[in-house]
Design a protein around this ligand. Sequence first.
Ligand code: AMP
Length: 365
Amino acid sequence: MANSAPLPPGSTIGILGGGQLGRMLAMAAVQLGYRCIGYAPAGDNVAASACDDFFENGWGDTAALAAFATKCDVVTWEFENVPLSAVEAIPTTLLVPDPKALEIAQDRLSEKRFVEELGAVCAPYLRVESDDDFARALERVGTPGILKTARDGYDGKGQWRIASAHEAEGVRFPGQACIYEGMVNFETEFSVILARAEDGAMRIWDSSANTHDSGMLVHSVLPAGSVVESQIAQARQIAEKTADALGYVGVLTLEFFATQQGPVFNEMAPRVHNSGHWTIEGAATSQFENHIRAICGLPLGGTETRFASIDMRNIVGEDALSAHKILAEGGEPHLHLYGKREAREGRKMGHVTRVSHDKPPEESA
Ligand code: AMP
């Protein structure tokens, strides 16, 4: 799609992946007059209900991927673990952003190296490909630390927390490439979410303070507080350099730990992000809409925060079954349910965003 004219209304956007991010991308695309076609292996593909058509085929089905591609004017993704072999079955002229971003972000080691070269600080880490490597990493990096699979991890999956050398004795190298990294003593976590257009123009949303439970995001709030505010400029600079270095088009997310020593880069996601769900009601333009605008060559929308305080909470597992009761609560709840059939423990089923023109108590004092 390099240097092409904006895609006219009625054009078709292909989305690789069938989860809630794809669903919310498709909803934004439909609002702008586009059609969407999804592609993902058979499963609870909740994006399908927001798409005109949906291919339920495996990532290895190159014929189906080719057939999908012939129906699309542009192809993007909502899931960063789409196998590169599947992406390679799509003509590169259709793919936005460039799959180079996907390749780097799929491997924790390569993403850390890439962003470190641009000036980011990471927690100490070492690659672990054997029992011996693991022993060496424990010795050099020390404890507490986290062993993480280099690939395919998300929402805290593929991670083993190791509090002490004694605890390490009970953890075995899992047989697939990992990194072992030192535990960061952070004040809070935050992410920088930006949208970059084909001509290099960038828009950045305010950063929320993010809380995770067992490695999964559960809660984002704005304003993020003074510690994050004091580190945002530095983190944004890293995020902007990363987007430029990748020639990135679309929404890109970088996650950071705010520490006493400044921002520590954790990981990046070459896609819209859970910590940006608040932008649907809370910002001038949502992350979903700006991703669609960027990949279709439309001008980016403003990213200003529209409220004095915003609170986004994920609805996880069984809580979704009674989530409609949230609508009767105060605080202007904006409820989003993803339509997942099965409410499994630890599964993101929806989210609720509350916005207010009143500052939170500590800010208004
Ligand atoms: P990740 O999958 O790397 O984003 O990790 C998920 C979450 O686990 C992070 O958002 C943190 O809450 C926690 N976490 C991961 N790595 C570290 C670390 N090195 N130090 C402290 N907490 C971490």
